[in-house]
Structures are given as C-alpha cells and as structure tokens.
Design a protein around this ligand. Sequence first.
Ligand code: 2PG
Length: 304
Amino acid sequence: MAATFKYQPAWAIDVSAPGSSRNFPRFLSMRFACNASISTPLSISHHSSTESTLILIRHGESLWNEKNLFTGCCDVPLTKRGVEEAIEAGKRISYIPVDVIFTSALIRAQMTAMLAMTQHHHKKVPIIIHNESEEATTWTQVYSAKTTKQSIPVITAWQLNERMYGELQGLNKQETAERYGKEKVHEWRRSYDIPPPKGESLEMCSQRAVAYFKDFIEPQLKSGKHVMVAAHGNSLRSIIMYLDRLTSQEVTDLELSTGIPLLYIYKEGKFISRGSPVGSTEAGVYAYTQSLAVYRQELDEMSH
Ligand SMILES: O=C(O)[C@@H](CO)OP(=O)(O)O
C-alpha cells in the first residue's frame, strides 16, 4: 500500500522543518491516497495571506483541578464544568479561522479542542493524526479529497504537555502548602527556574514546549495557516512568555484561567496579542485585519 501514497495534503508539515531530525512524533509523514489538492474553502488564501491567527486555549477544568490536586503529566479528564467551559470557549472562537490544531498528548487538552470545535461555524471535522507506527499511519488514511477538505488535522505532541510536577503529582495543593509552607509551594508553582521535587521547573518545561512551538507551530503560521493550540497552564505560560517577550520575573505573575481562549495575530514575523475574543471585543478582533473581516463575512453568508 505504501507505494500508492503519492500525495501530501496541504496540512502535512514540511519534513524539512527545523528540528525534524530530533525524536519528535511522526506526524510529519502523513500521506493521503487520493490526488488531493487541499485549500481553504474561504477567501483567505494560505499562499497569499501575510497574516494568520493563533488561538491558545488552556484546557477546561479537570477532575484534579476540581479536587485541587497537582496534576502535571497525569492524564485525567475534564469535569462536567470543564466540558461546558470548552464548549463556551468554542463559541467565543467560532468565527475565527482554524486550519490546524495542536494539542498535548493529554486527554484534558484533547477533549477541550474537540469540544470547542463542535461550536465552529465552518463545521469541519477535527481528526486526530495517528503516526505512532506504520500501521497507525496506514490504517487511519483518508481516501477522499472532498472529505479531507472538510477536515482539520489535530496533531498531538507530548512536548505541549503540562509541566511534569514530579513528586507533587497527586498531592493536594492546600495540604502541601500546610506541610512545606506557603512560600515554598508558591516557589515550586510559579518561580521560573526552581523545580518541584523531581519535577520540571517552568524553564525546563519551556525548553521542550517553546522548542516545539518554534519548530512545528511557527512554520504553520508563517505559511499562512490559522492555528489553535490546546494545552496547559504551564506549557502555555512558557509559550506566552516567548510570544509576549516576558521576563522570567514577569512570567511568575502570569495566571491562565481554564477554558479561556487567547488570540494572537501573526503578522510579518511578529505576534500581536489581541487578548481574549470574548463578546463585544470580537468586533475589535475582526476590525484588526482586513482578511479576517472578509472571512467573518463569508462565514455569515454561508450560514444564511
Ligand atoms: O497541577 C497542575 O498541573 C497545574 C495546573 O493545574 O497546577 P499549578 O497551577 O499549580 O501549576
């Protein structure tokens, strides 16, 4: 079968991307059996666009957020409230274009991305790309160009996982503060370079999360693709530190709420923060760039 996989859809990522020689997941080798020419159905052309959107979403409330437990890389699902937050987040971004989704390898981020996309006006189907083995790649192929066009690839990457919290994972945050002192626990949770016992500091988390962002997500934005990243409090704090050029002191005060999408415009190599596309500020988002305004208008026309 492999010999027949001749075409690479627009969503497949350039194998020559920097960092591809590292041991990153094998999503790079995705192939389709059909002779598919994939492009966005709306008028924002990937090739002519000089600006693209980046949505960052921290997952909705998880069962361990609810119980106030250190979670880190433990793979726990969303609560009912987390599910609702993800759906609400989806409503807030439902008019913002999304061509490719990156999530961590953890279910709470993946659930958030999938639930958010149920609200999107373009009605495309998010599909998780499985390239963990030859079989996974072969057995998950799509053979229809039309179906591929109506899909959004969802790329999972462990590098976007929550920071690994070491020996704090599963411990109650309040009880840990009582045992080790509030200040020590705050230092473990929010300092830049002090790791919790046997865990990752924010700096260590940033070394993998920001490297992944630069190597795999930024090239997508550069090529005009609109990207959503669903990840975690600390992996996103490290990415925001990079995007907003925060100092290691400034990032200690950065807190992200669950399920609140943050919007950036990527333009001429720069990231411009547009805050959270909530309610009335949405107009401001669309006023910001002409091509986004056109996208919005076309979505409106499609849904009438
Ligand atoms: O427990 C965790 O994994 C994180 C995020 O929920 O907690 P904190 O906010 O303490 O970094």
